[in-house]
Ligand binder design. Structure first.
Ligand code: SF4
Length: 326
C-alpha cells in the first residue's frame, strides 16, 4: 500500500502543487489534498494559530488540521526559505512547520525539508534527495523524480501564462479537456495579490468569479512571464528581495504601464508586513501617474462579504464611467 502524503490547499499550493504532486507520486506516494476552504477550516485554523499571524497562515493551520482528520501518514510542509537567488520567501513560511508542531496535536510525520536557493540553485538536488530518503529511495531515483516534476511544473506555468487560472491549469494536467468560455465582458481588471488570497474562493469571497459575472475579464500576475514582472519592478529604485512581493509589485506596475487593463484591484491580507509595504509602493506609483483606477481590498477573518461586493460594484461603475468620459 502506498504512503498517503497530505498537502495543504494553502500558502504555496497555487504555485507549486503540480511540482510537489508529481515528485511525491514518482517516489511512490499517494497524494491527498486538504478540502476546499470552508468556514470550519478557517475557524479551526484561527483556534490553533497564534493571534499575531496573518490570515493565510491561520488558514493554513486549518488545512493542516483537515489533513490530520483525513488520517494521512505524512504531511508535506517543506520549509521554504528561498526559491530564487538573492531573494527570500516571507519569514512566516520559514517558521511554519515549527509553528504547526507546537500547536497541532496528533500530527503524523512532517516532511519539513528546507528549500533554500538563495545562494545556490544546486541546493534543490539536496532537497530532492532528503525528501526521497523518507520513501527509501536513493540519489538516482530522487533526481529522476524531481526532473519529471520540474517538467510538470513547466507545463503548469505555460498554461498559466496562456491565461488559465490555477484550478483550470491543474484540471488540464489531470487530463481534462480545455474549456473555452464565451463571455461578453466589457472590462479587463488586473487582480493583484498573493495566490493564496486571490485564488482561494472562500477567502477572496469568490472575487474572481464575481468580477467575471459583473462583466470584467480578470488577469493576474501569474498570467505574466518572469520578464514582464521584472520589467515592472525595474521602475523601483531598489530591488525587492522578497519573491512574493516582487511578483505582486512587478505585476501591478506592468499592468499599469502596458495599458491592457482598465483598472487594478490589489488584495492584501490583514497583518501582512510585506503587503503593507508593497500596497503602499503600488498605490504611490499608480496615484502619481494618475491614470489607472485602483481599489485596495484588505482581507481578514472578519471581512464581510456584503461590504466587499458593494466596493467592487462601485469600483467597476467608476471604471466604466471614467472610460466613457476619457
Ligand atoms: S507574505 Fe504576508 S500574507 Fe504571506 S505569509 Fe507572509 S505575512 Fe502572511
Amino acid at each position: 500500500m502506498s504512503v498517503r502524503v497530505g498537502i495543504p490547499r494553502a500558502l504555496l499550493y497555487y504555485y507549486y502543487f503540480p511540482l510537489w504532486k508529481e515528485f511525491l507520486e514518482q517516489l511512490g506516494a499517494e497524494v491527498i489534498v486538504s478540502d476546499l476552504t470552508t468556514k470550519r477550516i478557517l475557524t479551526r485554523g484561527v483556534e490553533h494559530c497564534v493571534d499575531e499571524a496573518c490570515l493565510p497562515i491561520k488558514l493554513a493551520f486549518g488545512h493542516v488540521q483537515n489533513l490530520v482528520d483525513k488520517g494521512v501518514d505524512i504531511i508535506f510542509l517543506p520549509r521554504m526559505v528561498s526559491v530564487a537567488q538573492r531573494e527570500y520567501i516571507c519569514p512566516k513560511f520559514l517558521g511554519f512547520p515549527d509553528m504547526v508542531r507546537q500547536n497541532i496535536n496528533n500530527l503524523p510525520v512532517v516532511i519539513d525539508t528546507t528549500i533554500n536557493l538563495r545562494k545556490k540553485q544546486g541546493n534543490v538536488k539536496d532537497f530532492a534527495q532528503q525528501v526521497a530518503a523518507y520513501f527509501d529511495k536513493g540519489f538516482i531515483k530522487a533526481r529522476l523524480a524531481f526532473g519529471q516534476a520540474m517538467n510538470k511544473q513547466k507545463q503548469y506555468q505555460d498554461l498559466l501564462e496562456q491565461g488559465l487560472f490555477p484550478e483550470e491549469a491543474m484540471a488540464i494536467l489531470r487530463g481534462q479537456e480545455r474549456k473555452f468560455n464565451k463571455t461578453n465582458n466589457d472590462l479587463t481588471i488586473a487582480v493583484i495579490g498573493h495566490p493564496y488570497n486571490i485564488y482561494d474562493p472562500f477567502i477572496s469571497m469568490n472575487l474572481l468569479n464575481r468580477l467575471n459575472k459583473m462583466g470584467a475579464r480578470v488577469l493576474t500576475a501569474d498570467h505574466l512571464t518572469e520578464e514582464m514582472i521584472d520589467q515592472g519592478v525595474k521602475k523601483l529604485p531598489k530591488k525587492l528581495f522578497w519573491t512574493l512581493s516582487r511578483r505582486v509589485t512587478g505585476g501591478a506596475l506592468h499592468f499599469h504601464d502596458n495599458g491592457k487593463v482598465d483598472g487594478i484591484i490589489h488584495v492584501a491580507a490583514f497583518a501582512c508586513g510585506p503587503d503593507s509595504m508593497t500596497g503602499e509602493l503600488i498605490e504611490r506609483f499608480i496615484r502619481r501617474e494618475g491614470r489607472m483606477p485602483l481599489l485596495n481590498i484588505n482581507l481578514d477573518e472578519h471581512t464581510g462579504e456584503a461590504g466587499i461586493i458593494t466596493r467592487v460594484e462601485a469600483f467597476l461603475d467608476m471604471v466604466r464611467w471614467r472610460r466613457a468620459i476619457v
